[in-house]
Design a protein around this ligand. Structure first.
Ligand code: PRP
Length: 208
Protein backbone atom coordinates (compact mmCIF):
# COMPACT_ATOMS: atom_id res chain seq x y z
CA UNK A 1 0.00 0.00 0.00
CA UNK A 2 1.21 3.46 -0.87
CA UNK A 3 0.04 6.10 1.63
CA UNK A 4 -0.76 9.44 0.04
CA UNK A 5 -1.44 12.64 2.01
CA UNK A 6 -3.68 15.07 0.16
CA UNK A 7 -4.27 18.68 1.24
CA UNK A 8 -7.89 19.13 2.31
CA UNK A 9 -9.82 21.60 0.15
CA UNK A 10 -10.12 22.70 -3.45
CA UNK A 11 -6.48 22.07 -4.35
CA UNK A 12 -6.63 18.57 -2.85
CA UNK A 13 -9.69 17.70 -4.92
CA UNK A 14 -7.97 18.88 -8.09
CA UNK A 15 -4.87 16.90 -7.24
CA UNK A 16 -6.92 13.78 -6.46
CA UNK A 17 -8.43 14.07 -9.96
CA UNK A 18 -4.88 14.02 -11.33
CA UNK A 19 -4.11 10.85 -9.37
CA UNK A 20 -7.37 9.36 -10.65
CA UNK A 21 -6.54 10.15 -14.26
CA UNK A 22 -3.06 8.77 -13.68
CA UNK A 23 -4.71 5.41 -12.90
CA UNK A 24 -4.80 5.54 -9.09
CA UNK A 25 -8.51 5.96 -8.59
CA UNK A 26 -10.28 5.44 -5.29
CA UNK A 27 -13.99 6.06 -6.00
CA UNK A 28 -15.08 6.10 -2.33
CA UNK A 29 -13.20 9.38 -1.88
CA UNK A 30 -15.89 11.17 -3.89
CA UNK A 31 -18.62 10.16 -1.45
CA UNK A 32 -19.47 13.25 0.47
CA UNK A 33 -18.83 12.32 4.08
CA UNK A 34 -16.53 13.19 6.95
CA UNK A 35 -14.25 10.19 6.49
CA UNK A 36 -10.56 11.00 6.32
CA UNK A 37 -9.06 7.78 4.95
CA UNK A 38 -9.91 6.04 1.69
CA UNK A 39 -8.27 3.04 0.14
CA UNK A 40 -8.34 1.05 -3.03
CA UNK A 41 -6.65 -2.30 -2.32
CA UNK A 42 -6.69 -3.18 -6.01
CA UNK A 43 -4.56 -0.18 -6.90
CA UNK A 44 -2.66 -0.47 -3.63
CA UNK A 45 -3.23 3.16 -2.65
CA UNK A 46 -4.54 4.74 0.52
CA UNK A 47 -5.40 8.44 0.50
CA UNK A 48 -5.97 10.67 3.48
CA UNK A 49 -7.05 14.28 3.81
CA UNK A 50 -4.91 16.46 6.05
CA UNK A 51 -4.67 20.16 6.76
CA UNK A 52 -2.52 21.55 3.90
CA UNK A 53 0.23 22.82 6.20
CA UNK A 54 0.42 19.40 7.89
CA UNK A 55 1.16 17.40 4.70
CA UNK A 56 4.97 17.77 5.05
CA UNK A 57 4.81 16.55 8.66
CA UNK A 58 3.04 13.32 7.64
CA UNK A 59 5.48 12.80 4.78
CA UNK A 60 8.63 13.70 6.70
CA UNK A 61 7.77 11.26 9.49
CA UNK A 62 6.71 8.48 7.14
CA UNK A 63 3.00 8.36 8.07
CA UNK A 64 2.56 9.11 4.35
CA UNK A 65 4.92 7.87 1.65
CA UNK A 66 4.09 10.74 -0.66
CA UNK A 67 1.94 13.85 -0.49
CA UNK A 68 1.12 17.16 -2.10
CA UNK A 69 2.15 20.48 -0.57
CA UNK A 70 2.41 24.06 -1.74
CA UNK A 71 5.89 25.44 -2.34
CA UNK A 72 5.00 28.12 0.26
CA UNK A 73 4.64 25.47 2.97
CA UNK A 74 7.86 23.73 1.88
CA UNK A 75 9.86 26.95 1.96
CA UNK A 76 8.40 28.00 5.27
CA UNK A 77 8.90 24.73 7.17
CA UNK A 78 11.89 23.25 5.25
CA UNK A 79 10.86 19.63 5.88
CA UNK A 80 13.38 16.89 5.19
CA UNK A 81 11.57 15.33 2.20
CA UNK A 82 12.24 14.91 -1.50
CA UNK A 83 10.47 17.28 -3.84
CA UNK A 84 9.66 15.09 -6.84
CA UNK A 85 7.52 17.12 -9.18
CA UNK A 86 5.97 20.54 -9.78
CA UNK A 87 2.31 19.66 -10.37
CA UNK A 88 1.64 22.99 -12.05
CA UNK A 89 -1.62 23.51 -10.13
CA UNK A 90 -2.43 25.64 -7.10
CA UNK A 91 -0.57 28.47 -8.75
CA UNK A 92 -0.29 31.73 -6.86
CA UNK A 93 2.47 34.05 -5.66
CA UNK A 94 4.01 35.11 -2.38
CA UNK A 95 3.88 38.88 -2.17
CA UNK A 96 4.41 41.92 -0.02
CA UNK A 97 1.18 43.93 0.08
CA UNK A 98 -0.01 47.04 1.83
CA UNK A 99 -2.30 50.04 1.74
CA UNK A 100 -2.29 51.89 -1.56
CA UNK A 101 -0.86 55.03 0.02
CA UNK A 102 1.87 53.22 1.96
CA UNK A 103 5.44 53.74 0.82
CA UNK A 104 8.40 52.26 2.68
CA UNK A 105 10.93 55.06 2.99
CA UNK A 106 13.28 52.76 4.93
CA UNK A 107 13.60 55.20 7.83
CA UNK A 108 12.18 52.99 10.56
CA UNK A 109 11.70 49.31 11.33
CA UNK A 110 9.10 47.88 8.99
CA UNK A 111 6.20 46.08 10.69
CA UNK A 112 5.37 42.93 8.71
CA UNK A 113 2.35 40.74 9.50
CA UNK A 114 2.40 37.20 8.11
CA UNK A 115 1.76 33.51 8.54
CA UNK A 116 5.06 32.89 6.73
CA UNK A 117 7.59 34.24 9.23
CA UNK A 118 10.60 32.40 7.76
CA UNK A 119 9.87 33.41 4.18
CA UNK A 120 9.34 37.03 5.26
CA UNK A 121 12.48 37.11 7.45
CA UNK A 122 14.64 35.62 4.66
CA UNK A 123 13.27 38.03 2.10
CA UNK A 124 13.97 41.14 4.18
CA UNK A 125 17.32 39.81 5.48
CA UNK A 126 18.50 39.55 1.86
CA UNK A 127 17.44 43.15 1.33
CA UNK A 128 19.18 44.18 4.55
CA UNK A 129 15.90 45.70 5.77
CA UNK A 130 15.15 45.79 9.48
CA UNK A 131 11.73 44.35 10.28
CA UNK A 132 9.45 43.56 13.16
CA UNK A 133 7.55 40.34 12.41
CA UNK A 134 3.99 39.96 13.64
CA UNK A 135 2.89 36.34 13.34
CA UNK A 136 -0.80 35.90 12.48
CA UNK A 137 -2.74 32.78 11.58
CA UNK A 138 -5.33 34.07 9.13
CA UNK A 139 -7.17 37.13 7.77
CA UNK A 140 -3.74 38.70 7.37
CA UNK A 141 -5.20 41.52 5.23
CA UNK A 142 -6.71 43.08 8.35
CA UNK A 143 -3.31 43.96 9.79
CA UNK A 144 -2.40 46.99 7.62
CA UNK A 145 -5.99 48.21 7.62
CA UNK A 146 -6.00 48.40 11.42
CA UNK A 147 -2.39 49.68 11.50
CA UNK A 148 -1.22 46.54 13.25
CA UNK A 149 1.45 46.36 10.54
CA UNK A 150 2.81 48.41 7.63
CA UNK A 151 2.71 45.53 5.17
CA UNK A 152 1.82 41.85 4.96
CA UNK A 153 3.66 38.94 3.38
CA UNK A 154 0.98 36.64 2.05
CA UNK A 155 -0.26 34.58 -0.84
CA UNK A 156 -2.16 36.21 -3.68
CA UNK A 157 -4.11 34.05 -6.08
CA UNK A 158 -6.84 36.02 -7.86
CA UNK A 159 -6.05 39.30 -6.08
CA UNK A 160 -9.70 39.61 -5.01
CA UNK A 161 -9.01 39.67 -1.28
CA UNK A 162 -6.53 42.53 -1.65
CA UNK A 163 -8.78 44.48 -4.02
CA UNK A 164 -11.81 44.13 -1.78
CA UNK A 165 -9.83 45.49 1.14
CA UNK A 166 -8.23 48.39 -0.73
CA UNK A 167 -4.78 46.88 -0.58
CA UNK A 168 -2.26 46.34 -3.37
CA UNK A 169 0.76 44.20 -4.16
CA UNK A 170 4.00 46.07 -3.48
CA UNK A 171 6.48 43.35 -4.45
CA UNK A 172 6.30 39.76 -5.65
CA UNK A 173 8.62 37.52 -3.66
CA UNK A 174 8.21 34.29 -5.63
CA UNK A 175 5.79 32.14 -7.62
CA UNK A 176 4.13 29.24 -5.81
CA UNK A 177 2.62 25.95 -7.02
CA UNK A 178 1.79 22.53 -5.62
CA UNK A 179 4.60 19.95 -5.40
CA UNK A 180 4.60 16.18 -5.12
CA UNK A 181 6.84 15.24 -2.20
CA UNK A 182 8.15 11.94 -0.89
CA UNK A 183 9.36 10.52 2.36
CA UNK A 184 13.09 9.81 1.99
CA UNK A 185 13.01 6.19 3.16
CA UNK A 186 9.87 5.42 1.13
CA UNK A 187 11.59 6.77 -1.96
CA UNK A 188 14.30 4.18 -1.42
CA UNK A 189 12.16 1.20 -0.43
CA UNK A 190 9.11 1.85 -2.61
CA UNK A 191 11.01 3.42 -5.49
CA UNK A 192 9.25 1.33 -8.17
CA UNK A 193 5.74 2.38 -7.13
CA UNK A 194 6.69 6.00 -6.51
CA UNK A 195 8.53 6.39 -9.81
CA UNK A 196 5.54 4.89 -11.62
CA UNK A 197 3.24 7.46 -10.02
CA UNK A 198 5.64 10.28 -10.89
CA UNK A 199 5.70 9.15 -14.54
CA UNK A 200 1.90 8.99 -14.76
CA UNK A 201 1.51 12.35 -13.03
CA UNK A 202 3.95 13.90 -15.50
CA UNK A 203 1.58 12.81 -18.28
CA UNK A 204 -1.26 14.66 -16.51
CA UNK A 205 0.80 17.82 -16.29
CA UNK A 206 1.56 17.72 -20.02
CA UNK A 207 -2.18 17.63 -20.70
CA UNK A 208 -3.05 20.57 -18.40
C1 PRP B 1 -5.39 33.08 1.29
C2 PRP B 1 -4.45 34.25 1.46
C3 PRP B 1 -5.29 35.43 1.03
C4 PRP B 1 -6.19 34.82 -0.04
C5 PRP B 1 -5.68 35.20 -1.40
O1 PRP B 1 -6.19 33.03 2.41
O2 PRP B 1 -4.01 34.36 2.80
O3 PRP B 1 -6.05 35.92 2.09
O4 PRP B 1 -6.16 33.41 0.12
O5 PRP B 1 -6.52 34.75 -2.43
P1 PRP B 1 -7.08 35.72 -3.56
O6 PRP B 1 -5.91 36.51 -4.10
O7 PRP B 1 -7.64 34.78 -4.59
O8 PRP B 1 -8.13 36.59 -2.96
P2 PRP B 1 -6.99 31.75 2.88
O9 PRP B 1 -8.21 31.60 2.04
O10 PRP B 1 -6.08 30.59 2.90
O11 PRP B 1 -7.46 32.17 4.33
P3 PRP B 1 -6.68 32.73 5.60
O12 PRP B 1 -5.21 32.92 5.28
O13 PRP B 1 -7.34 34.03 5.91
O14 PRP B 1 -6.90 31.70 6.63
Amino acid sequence: MLNIALPKGRLGEKVYDMFEKAGYECPSIKENNRKLIFENPEKEVRYFWVKPSDVPIYVERGAADIGVAGKDILLEYQPSVYELLDLNVGKCRMTVAGKKDFFDDGKRTLKVATKFTNIASDYYAKLGRDIDIIKLNGSIELAPILNLSDVIVDIVETGNTLAENDLEVKQTILPISARLISNKASFKFKSGEIEKIVRSMKEQIKDL
